[in-house]
Design a protein around this ligand. Structure first.
Ligand code: NAP
Length: 276
């Protein structure tokens, strides 16, 4: 599996697994657990979850999937609600996530989106969790370039990543956020990398997919894992996980990138960061 380095030197896979909506429907839970375990077997050992997902049900499902001795193979990421990101609320929210995930530490803890708790307070609380060994590192999500600049101003130099909506049809971050992150050696973590299965179609995508013997969705996933990016597709079945894993072996040629640029043009002006 291709890897990428975080600012603290930790190496993590460029293709991980999302979990939004997992654990919400008991009739699908067994297939979802199986899908996550299959992904770990295939090297997609970064798992992304959040306290928000299914009101805790998703973290519980992830905890069940890891309970069979797989925890140490995984780089485990969870997210805190902005309203829980205060001096006193953050440690409590983290402990609740750890309990649901059946583990004693998170590898990365993200602020889910910018909120009203002062950033300096959240940074301090995150660093205290690192010092206490409850999390390995911390980062943010849904932060635009100006939010990142504000974060650094607030003492947030220890931030490891920004998890944002980024895929071949949502290239807005390339205008200023992608260069900002690259300048700070911070990988971008691309969420909804296949636009929740609703990517706009194009002849170029079909052509690139055909050349690599995959479906258009996996060609788009290979595109999302470009340069400084990590992609975290969510797949609820083993078949989908296996299909997505193939994207990590595809290296797009300059010619393929150019054809895709023509079909899905990069931004020519600032677009406010979108959220799903
Ligand atoms: P996504 O990964 O772009 O798409 C997931 C959808 O694609 C699901 O419906 C899935 O169906 C389908 N799919 C996956 N692999 C497929 C395949 N090989 N063939 C056909 N369909 C396939 O969307 P997402 O779940 O929104 O984003 C990924 C992860 O990013 C989330 O799960 C979550 O962990 C994270 N996220 C974070 C934020 C944030 O605010 N930080 C926001 C959104 C998402 P099945 O389930 O049937 O496989």
């Amino acid at each position: 599996m291709r890897e990428i380095e975080l600012p603290n030197g930790a190496r993590i896979p460029k293709l991980g697994q999302g979990t939004w909506r997992m654990g919400e429907d008991p009739s699908r839970a067994a297939a979802e657990r199986e899908a996550l375990i299959c992904g770990i077997d295939l090297g997609m050992t970064l798992i992304d979850t959040a306290e928000m997902y299914g009101d805790g049900a998703t973290e519980r499902l992830v905890g069940e999937a890891l309970a069979g001795g797989r925890r140490d193979e995984v780089f485990l990421v969870s997210k805190v609600y902005p309203h829980n990101a205060g001096r006193r609320s953050l440690p409590a929210a983290c402990e609740a996530s750890l309990r649901r995930l059946r583990t004693d530490r998170l590898d990365l803890y993200l602020l889910h989106w910018p909120g009203s708790v002062p950033l300096a307070e959240t940074v301090e609380a995150m660093e205290a969790l690192v010092a206490a060994g409850r999390i390995g590192s911390w980062g943010v999500s849904n932060f635009d370039a100006d939010d990142m600049a504000e974060l650094v101003e607030a003492g947030g130099k220890g931030c490891m990543t920004d998890q944002v909506l980024y895929n071949i049809a949502r290239r807005g971050p390339e205008f200023d956020l992608v260069p900002w992150l690259a300048g700070h050696r911070m990988p971008l973590m691309a969420y909804s990398p296949i636009e929740q299965g609703r990517l706009p179609d194009s002849a170029a995508l079909h052509e690139v997919a055909e050349r690599h013997g995959v479906a258009p969705m996996q060609a788009a996933l290979a595109w999302a894992m470009r340069d400084g990016a990590i992609a975290i597709p969510k797949a609820g079945t083993v078949a989908h996980v296996r299909a997505n894993r193939r994207a990590a072996d595809i290296v797009l040629t300059a010619e393929a990138r150019a054809a895709l640029d023509a079909a899905y043009p990069p931004p020519s002006r600032k677009l406010r960061l979108a959220m799903l």
